[in-house]
Design a protein. Structure first.
Length: 271
């Protein structure tokens, strides 16, 4: 089965498995910059995992909205574009795809560095780490990347190296439904692919806004699960980007991606 077929499974079927993992991995009682389970600068990667990722991904900065950022991704030049998915020895590599919602967020931050400059930023469901990298490049004072897949965390470190950046802290806990962290800005892309997970995100983000006045930016290319969710009534459209042809082909007809500002009403804030 080619990777294009595998990606279709990620888009339609296996995403349900990932959503169950997000829901089952409850966050701890508290989370702060200095007390989270994370990788940081100076943390060494398992040599075997590093070698596998370097051998089975390709470095690219083309076909996406952010040519300034180099990433290790699965491309047609990779062995696992053609191999059967079951031969991949780790969990499904959602991190190896530069999803369009994350592309839009990263492009917006690079074009508008004032949004993050001097601020603390949480990149939730960070995947390949591109949006966290964009925040560092744009002058954020603190960046924390979060993904539940430890291999994603390792890939993010490799991607930091590619862009000549010191690795930022990376937590692999599920922090949704944990104590609201005190961030200036939370960014999340392509996370609304499951109704129950979307509900959890909705309420947790409300809590972060209510307690800490956190700003929230969401990137999504207009998937049905996102547009049909009640959160859409509380979003303000910030910017829409036309997707490059390569990204369109790899996302089955999606042509654009939007950055939304999440601005819940006072009545919902107090729910």
């Amino acid at each position: 089965m080619a990777f294009r077929g595998w990606k279709w499974l990620l888009l339609l079927g296996r995403q349900n498995t990932l959503a169950k993992v997000w829901r089952s991995r409850r966050g701890g009682p508290s989370l702060c910059w200095k007390r989270c389970c994370h990788w940081s600068a100076g943390k060494s990667l398992d040599p075997e995992v590093r070698a596998f990722l370097e051998e089975n991904t390709k470095v690219t900065n083309s076909g996406h909205l952010t040519p300034e950022i180099r990433l290790r991704l699965l491309t047609p030049r990779c062995r696992f574009w053609r191999e059967k998915p079951d031969l991949w020895p780790y969990g499904d590599p959602f991190w190896a795809i530069y999803w369009p919602g994350g592309q839009a967020l990263s492009r917006y931050i690079l074009d508008n560095p004032h949004v993050v400059k001097g601020r603390s930023v949480l990149d939730l469901g960070s995947g390949c780490g591109a949006t966290a990298i964009a925040a560092v490049m744009s002058g954020a004072s603190q960046v924390l990347a979060n993904d539940i897949d430890p291999i994603a965390g390792m890939a993010m470190i490799l991607n930091c190296e590619l862009n000549h950046l010191d690795p930022f802290p990376i937590t692999i806990k599920n922090i949704i439904n944990s104590e609201a962290g005190n961030w200036d800005l939370i960014v999340l892309g392509d996370m609304f692919y499951d109704e129950q997970l979307a509900d959890g995100l909705h309420h947790w983000l409300q809590k972060c806004i209510r307690i800490h006045q956190t700003k929230v930016l969401i990137g999504d290319p207009g998937r049905h699960q996102f547009l049909s969710h009640s959160i859409c009534s509380q979003l303000h459209k910030v910017v829409e980007y036309s997707l490059p042809e390569y990204t369109r082909q790899e996302n089955y007809g999606l042509t654009s991606s939007i950055v939304w500002s999440y601005q819940p009403s006072n009545s919902l804030d107090n729910s």
